[in-house]
Write a protein that binds this ligand. Structure first.
Ligand code: OFO
Length: 174
């Protein structure tokens, strides 16, 4: 059984993961509008991953006999000034999510909730990856500066990231 405190904190994290998805979809839409189709694709994949993080927590709450409760999702920003600004903000956001996962872990440790601690370990590792992948792209953007060639190649590289799932509109299936 989850304590009320742990359950509430996990539910808040569902909302944060869904906001992450919202934020990355908003970034993808802005990137698409600015002509960075490959980078927009990378962000769409990132947004899908965030939904899967929310689902993981939702399933865990249910498995532990708790009650998943959904709250309103904050409205994300619509526009950014540059590619660099988008990735700087994404990194800042991931750092906040890392802090939030650490705070959840603190609760689990304080409450001697071994099952939640074990569940959260996956998220602790995932956050290292999340920050690292955004940081890596940011480093490349800083190296490229305003080189059109460099931006073109980076956009092509980011296009390679696979989506977690493909949504095929009804009637368009193969
Ligand atoms: Fe769910 O890791 Fe990003 O936010």
């Amino acid at each position: 059984m989850l304590t009320d405190n742990m359950e509430k904190a996990l539910n808040k994290q569902i909302n944060k993961e869904l906001f992450s998805a919202y934020l990355y979809f908003a970034m993808a839409a802005d990137l698409e509008d600015k002509g960075f189709a490959g980078t927009a694709h990378w962000m769409e994949s990132q947004a899908q991953e965030e939904i899967s993080h929310a689902m993981r927590i939702y399933n865990f709450i249910n498995e532990r006999g708790g009650r998943a409760v959904l709250d309103a999702i904050e409205k994300p920003k619509k526009e950014w000034n540059s590619l660099k600004e988008i990735f700087e903000e994404a990194l800042e956001h991931e750092q906040k999510i890392t802090a939030s996962i650490n705070a959840l872990m603190d609760i689990a440790v304080k409450e001697n909730d071994y099952a939640t601690k074990s569940f959260l370990n996956w998220f602790v590792d995932e956050q290292v990856e999340e920050e690292d992948s955004v940081n890596e792209i940011l480093d490349k953007i800083n190296l490229i500066e305003d080189s059109r060639n460099g931006l073109y190649n980076l956009d092509k590289e980011l296009q390679q990231r696979p989506l977690m799932c493909q949504f095929v509109p009804e009637g368009e299936e193969e």
